[in-house]
Design a protein. Structure first.
Length: 197
């Protein structure tokens, strides 16, 4: 598939999956993420979370549960719109400030952490670990960088965000797991997938 067709397919999928996600009633979904979270993942630390925006499933209760279990928790901070994210320690009760995208983030003076577990927002996923994000490539770069140091990438999503096959290109990073309010999915390895550890 050429790059123009791929970008068109991604744009169509984003439009469809944003509408799908916007129609979801969250109810107790954040608590179900905790119930379905595998113990082998809960042992990893530091944990990089995210502040939910635009209808993303809320992983903050999961972050709180991991922190209560003694894991070090971090949130991303984007200093520039194109630069890399820094993961800064967050204890849950500290004041947050807006980053370059206006997302609540730990203050810039915090300690940088190298996460071993990356909780990732998404628009769509499939069972091979393909992920469709907002289109900026930020999490593709984050996952690729930290996976080289042994990090595990875990998508958090509603079950309704699953697609048969997410359109992906050579620079898209894949997920190791996806956790939904219904189940924990260990993503299958498919011959030729890029971005896998």
């Amino acid at each position: 598939m050429n790059a123009t067709n791929l970008e068109a397919d991604k744009a169509d999928a984003r439009m469809m999956m944003r509408a799908e996600r916007n129609a979801i009633e969250p109810r107790d979904a954040p608590l179900k993420l905790i119930e379905n979270f595998p113990l082998e993942l809960a042992k990893l630390s530091p944990v990089a979370g995210y502040w939910p925006v635009g209808g993303e499933i809320d992983g903050r209760p999961l972050l709180a549960a991991l922190a209560k279990a003694g894991r070090v928790v971090a949130l991303p901070r984007m200093e520039g719109r194109n630069g890399p994210a820094r993961f800064l320690a967050w204890r849950g009760n500290e004041a947050l400030t807006a980053d370059a995208f206006g997302v609540p983030s730990p203050p810039k003076g915090g300690a940088d952490l190298a996460p071993k577990l990356i909780l990732t927002p998404l628009l769509a996923f499939d069972r091979a670990g393909r992920r469709l994000g907002q289109g900026g490539g930020h999490y593709d770069r984050i996952i690729s960088l930290y996976r080289a140091h042994g990090a595990v990438a875990v998508g958090l999503a509603y079950a309704e965000q699953e697609m048969g096959q997410v359109p992906t290109g050579p620079h898209d990073a894949y997920l190791d797991w996806v956790i939904t309010p219904k189940e924990a999915i260990r993503c299958t390895r498919v011959e030729g997938l890029r971005g896998r550890s």
